[in-house]
Design a protein around this ligand. Structure first.
Ligand SMILES: CC(C)NC(=O)[C@H](Cc1c[nH]c2ccccc12)NC(=O)[C@H](CCCC/N=C(/NCCC(=O)O)S[C@H]1O[C@H](COP(=O)(O)OP(=O)(O)OC[C@H]2O[C@@H](n3cnc4c(N)ncnc43)[C@H](O)[C@@H]2O)[C@@H](O)[C@H]1O)NC(=O)OCc1ccccc1
Length: 261
C-alpha cells in the first residue's frame, strides 16, 4: 500500500488508474459530508444528546427507551442536512459519473450516509446501505409515514425533545426514520446491489469512512479478492488502509476534484 499526502501531486500511476477505469464503485462514509458541515459519527453529540454516543442513539433499544430523545436527534440531523449544501467532493463524483456514462462505463455510488447530499450534487446513488434520514415509516407496521419537514434550523440544538407522531395506518406504532439502526439488518436489495457492483468493477474508491461498521466495511474486501485496485481517500488511517493499493491522505472535498480534474 502506498500512502500519498494531498500536497503531493497525484502520482502518474494513480492518475492512469483513475483515467482508465470504466466500472467504478465509490463507497462513501460520513467523512464525505464533513466539509458540508454534517458531523461525522466520531464527533461528540451536543445538547440533549451530549451524554450519548451516536452508536448508542442509533439503536432500536434507545428508541424503545426514549422515543422522543431519539426522534428529535433525527429531526435535528434532518434539518441540518437540509440546511447545508453538497461539497466539491460530492460534485466531482457526480461529474465523474456523467463522464463515465458518456464513455459507455459507469460509476456506482454506494453510501453509508443517510443524507441526500450525493443526490443533491446530481449523483445517481445505487445503494444507501444504512437507509435515508429524509423518509419515515411506522416502527410497528412498517408502513411509510408522511412527516412534515422539521421545524428546526439545523444548527440550534432543540431545547427539549418532541414526541414522534403516531402511525396513521395502524394507529399504534410511532414514526421512525427509514435508517438502519445498529443490530438491524441492512436492506438486502441495497447490499446485494453493492456486492454485485464491486464484483463487476475495475476500480473501488473508498471515501471518508473509518471502516469500522460492518458489514459495509467488508465490501472493499470483495474487490481485494478479485484483484480490483483499491484507493482510499481520508485524512487519517482507517481500519481499511492495510488492504488499500493507494491511500491519499486528504479531505475528499479537496482530493476528488484534483484527482478527477
Ligand atoms: C460499531 C460497529 C463495530 N458495530 C457494527 O458494525 C454492528 C454490529 C456488527 C455486525 N457485524 C459485526 C462484525 C464485527 C463487529 C460488529 C458487528 N453492525 C450492525 O449493527 C449492522 C448495522 C450497521 C448500520 C448502523 N447504522 C448506521 N447509520 C444509520 C443510522 C444513523 O446514521 O443514525 S452506521 C453509521 O455509522 C457509520 C459511521 O462510520 P463512517 O461513515 O465511517 O464515519 P465515522 O464517523 O466513523 O468516520 C468518519 C471518517 O471520515 C474521515 N474524514 C473526516 N473528515 C473527512 C473529509 N473531509 N474527507 C474525507 N474523510 C474525512 C475520518 O478520518 C474518519 O475516518 C456509518 O456507517 C453511518 O451510517 N447490522 C447488522 O450487522 O445486522 C446483522 C446483525 C444483527 C444483529 C447482531 C449482529 C449482526
Amino acid at each position: 500500500m502506498r500512502e500519498l499526502s494531498v500536497t503531493e501531486s497525484v502520482p502518474e500511476d494513480v492518475v492512469t488508474l483513475v483515467r482508465e477505469a470504466r466500472q467504478v464503485v465509490a463507497l462513501s462514509g460520513a467523512g464525505m459530508s464533513a466539509e458540508s458541515g454534517v458531523p461525522t459519527f466520531r464527533e461528540v453529540q451536543r445538547g440533549l444528546w451530549e451524554r450519548f454516543s451516536a452508536e448508542e442513539l442509533a439503536t432500536p433499544d434507545a428508541f424503545e427507551a426514549d422515543p422522543a430523545l431519539v426522534w428529535t436527534w433525527y429531526r435535528w440531523r434532518q434539518a441540518l442536512i437540509a440546511a447545508v449544501e453538497p461539497n466539491p467532493g460530492h460534485r466531482a463524483l457526480a461529474a465523474w459519473q456523467r463522464h463515465l456514462a458518456d464513455q459507455g462505463g459507469w460509476l456506482a455510488a454506494v453510501t453509508q450516509n443517510v443524507d441526500d447530499l450525493h443526490e443533491r450534487a446530481g449523483t445517481d446513488v445505487l445503494a444507501h446501505l444504512h437507509g435515508s434520514i429524509t423518509t419515515h415509516r411506522c416502527a410497528d407496521c412498517q408502513e411509510p409515514v408522511e412527516v412534515p419537514d422539521p421545524a428546526y434550523d439545523g444548527f440550534t440544538v432543540p431545547p427539549e425533545p418532541e414526541q414522534p407522531p403516531r402511525c396513521p395506518a395502524c394507529q399504534e406504532g410511532l414514526a421512525r426514520p427509514d435508517v438502519v439502526w445498529f443490530s438491524e439488518m441492512l436492506p438486502a436489495e441495497a447490499f446485494d446491489a453493492a456486492t454485485a457492483a464491486i464484483r463487476a468493477s475495475d476500480l473501488v474508491i473508498v471515501v471518508g469512512t473509518s471502516g469500522i461498521v460492518q458489514p459495509a466495511a467488508s465490501l472493499p474486501l470483495l474487490g481485494l479478492e478479485r484483484g480490483v485496485p483499491l484507493i482510499e481517500i481520508n485524512p487519517e488511517e482507517t481500519g481499511l488502509t492495510e488492504v488499500m493499493d493507494f491511500a491519499i491522505r486528504g479531505r475528499s472535498g479537496e482530493v476528488l476534484p484534483r484527482l478527477l480534474a
